[in-house]
Design a protein around this ligand. Structure first.
Ligand code: SAH
Length: 375
């Protein structure tokens, strides 16, 4: 395939731009990922070794198992309530949840208290999730958006999101001489290809930029904002305050708000030009964990300090878990376990790029791995 290969979605985007002018990056991501017919997550199962990328739960069962145990201990610290909702945002194939449910089967009372709530927009992935958790016999419901999950009396909630926020649409703003201009996507009149263009500079956009960065911007700096991630973090924080509970967000991103263009596309495990073959490649951006944390604090929720994935998984005992698995493994399996462990925790792999943020309700005891709590 060449740079200019047409996809049905490319056609649709070009028509859209011809009709109404350049679109925002958020509009582009929405169509590229979630267009009902041609969107990346709507038409296929993109995960795993055969897919375009591989996520932590697909690398090793240890990931979901340890998160299950984190959830079980969080529940115990809440006083082992008789009912609890275990929510997962963007559960992909359902692998994380299946591994978690298997790992907690021996925690007295926890499985009986559980109802699983999946927030998933893709019908294809919903059916994978249903199959994945079937063996564990835990009641489960599916929801389009987080706020659709009903509150059940005083049942608290544990919310998990792995590589969820990075898939949500962002907008980009570029600093000019007099203000900020939104980066938009238009069609190049000469080549007919999609290309980035600058919108009008406006001083108003300053309000979007965190106070810590506002004074430091130089012309050419790019600021990214993800309104949907902020809205969801706010909804989760409000719910945790209302019913009690904890949230665990894991994603690649930065612990402090910063300038930079982090929009990227992946196809066949390789970086791919963002505007090329939309709908056939995954498009993501790094998550601004400081913005998520601020949002939770502004809603009067609580957050722990941002941890790296390596630190978090070590705190949960991933190295001991790997040793235990190796006791019953043959030499080849043992090698695979070591490779998976390294991928998840080593600094040059997922260990430091991926970050962990834990939030909890203002009346909830801090869950495990909340260190150096802020707010
Ligand atoms: N957590 C999984 C999958 C990550 S990919 C894993 O770690 O393997 C992102 C997931 O979020 C997919 O399941 C995708 O369908 C879902 N998703 C993307 N945008 C969404 C949205 N706006 N609402 C709900 N789910 C969404």
């Amino acid at each position: 395939m060449t740079e200019t290969s047409e996809t049905p979605l490319l056609d649709h985007l070009k028509r859209r731009i011809a009709l109404s002018g350049p679109i925002t990056i958020a509009d582009f991501m929405n169509d590229a990922l979630a267009h009902p017919e041609f969107g990346y997550y709507r038409k296929q199962d993109p995960f795993g070794r055969d897919g375009d990328f591989i996520t932590a739960p697909e690398i090793s069962q240890m990931f979901g198992e340890l998160i299950g145990l984190w959830a079980a201990v969080s529940w115990q610290q809440m006083g082992s309530p008789r009912k609890i909702d275990l929510v997962e945002l963007g559960p992909g194939r359902g692998t994380l949840m299946a591994d978690a449910l298997r790992a907690v089967r021996n925690v007295p009372g926890f499985s009986d208290a559980l109802t699983v709530r999946f927030v998933e927009t893709s019908p294809v992935l919903r059916s994978h999730q249903q199959t994945a958790i079937m063996p564990y016999g835990i009641p489960a419901t599916w929801h389009e958006v987080f706020d659709d999950i009903p509150s059940r009396g005083n049942a608290p909630m544990i919310v998990i999101g792995n590589e969820f926020f990075d898939a949500l649409p962002i907008r980009q703003f570029e600093r000019g001489d007099h203000g900020w201009a939104e980066r938009l996507i238009g069609v190049d009149a000469g080549t007919g290809a999609l290309g980035f263009v600058r919108g009008q500079e406006t001083p108003v956009t300053d309000a979007l930029i965190p106070a810590t960065l506002r004074g430091t911007a130089k012309p050419g700096d790019i600021f990214e904002s993800c309104a949907l991630a902020i809205a969801i973090a706010d909804q989760v924080a409000r719910r945790l305050n209302a019913v009690g509970g904890a949230a665990l967000f894991i994603d690649y991103g930065h612990p402090h708000s910063a300038f930079g263009d982090t929009l990227q596309a992946l196809k066949d495990h390789k970086f791919h030009s963002v505007l090329d073959q939309p709908g056939d490649a995954d498009v993501t951006a790094h998550v601004d964990f400081a913005a998520i944390g601020r949002t939770i604090l502004e809603a009067d929720g609580r957050v722990g300090a941002v941890l790296t994935q390596g630190t978090f998984l070590r705190m949960l005992g991933i190295e001991q878990r790997a040793e235990l698995l190796k006791e019953t493994a043959d030499a080849e399996q043992a090698k695979l376990i070591d490779t998976a462990l390294a991928r998840l925790i080593e600094a040059d792999q997922m260990g430091t790029l991926f970050k962990v943020l834990i939030g909890y309700g203002r009346d909830t005891a801090p869950p495990p791995c909340v260190s150096g709590a802020e707010g």
